[in-house]
Write a protein that binds this ligand. Structure first.
Ligand SMILES: Cc1cc2nc3c(=O)[nH]c(=O)nc-3n(C[C@H](O)[C@H](O)[C@H](O)COP(=O)(O)O)c2cc1C
Length: 236
């Protein structure tokens, strides 16, 4: 659970600046981060989110979704939307008006996903807790926050310090080996090592082969330098 301890607006702004440094397709920065700390607005958002969640948990979520959520113990009550000092809503911008022309943004989902992830990481780095919340559909956020039609709520992120007595579920992650692969498996390293080794070993011989093609010179045997030839490979 979140503490209601205040978090300065200047800190939230700096964290959003980190998110805003994210890469985006053609540098279009297809996002708007709206931060809310007004208690009346937070209450309005909570009530609207809970109304959607009651529908979700009541009949919209299919049984397998409810089954997946069961171990997390979530339900339609969202008190943290009022308790946490800030609600940050990243809006995804699929198109914009530029010089009176409607211009499409490409890869807005990927771009804002990266930016939102960077925001979460930045919050955690300064000791703030976040909850990646979605009470789908979330169009109530556009209405309550008075955003234009081209801004689509992407997430609803309560941000605040963790309450001193809070507990969090101990959720295990899959082992990294299950979600990380090197392709072609194990061959890449082997090939690189072999290529470097071959180059290192072959280099003097390559020089020697070139020498062989030249006319024999004094001090050489059939163009191959003998004892004086530097056999160590060049530094690389
Ligand atoms: C796209 C997305 C939507 C989520 N929506 C909700 C939500 O609506 N309510 C909630 O309590 N948690 C939500 N979560 C949080 C996940 O349940 C949580 O991240 C997951 O169980 C792993 O826990 P961890 O974040 O502590 O590692 C969401 C997470 C993601 C990435």
């Amino acid at each position: 659970m979140f503490s209601d301890e205040a978090v300065p607006a200047s800190l939230i702004e700096r964290l959003i600046a980190v998110a805003h440094s994210a890469p985006s397709e053609a540098n279009r920065q297809p996002w708007r981060f709206v931060a809310v700390n007004d208690p009346a607005l937070k209450r309005e958002i909570r009530l609207a989110a809970e109304a959607e969640e009651r529908e979700n948990y009541g009949h919209r979520f299919p049984p397998d979704w409810l089954e997946a959520l069961a171990p997390l113990g979530t339900n339609a009550d969202k008190p943290f939307l009022e308790i946490s000092p800030w609600l940050v809503v990243p809006f995804r911008i699929d198109w914009e008006e530029i010089d009176g022309r409607r211009v499409q943004n490409y890869y807005p989902a990927e771009s804002i996903g990266i930016a939102a992830g960077m925001f979460l990481m930045a919050c955690h780095q300064v000791g703030l807790a976040t909850l990646t919340h979605t009470s789908s559909p979330m169009k109530f956020l556009r209405e309550i926050l008075g955003r234009p039609a081209n801004e689509k709520p992407y997430l609803l992120i309560p941000v605040g310090y963790p309450a001193p007595d809070c507990t969090v579920p101990d959720l295990p992650k899959k082992p990294v080996s299950e979600v990380f692969a090197v392709e072609p498996a194990a061959v890449t390293d082997h090939l690189v090592v072999m290529a470097l080794a071959r180059f290192a070993l072959a280099y003097p011989h390559a020089r020697a082969r070139r020498c062989r093609r030249r006319r024999p010179r004094p001090g050489t045997q059939n163009g191959r330098r003998s004892l004086s030839y530097p056999l160590q490979s060049p530094a690389f």
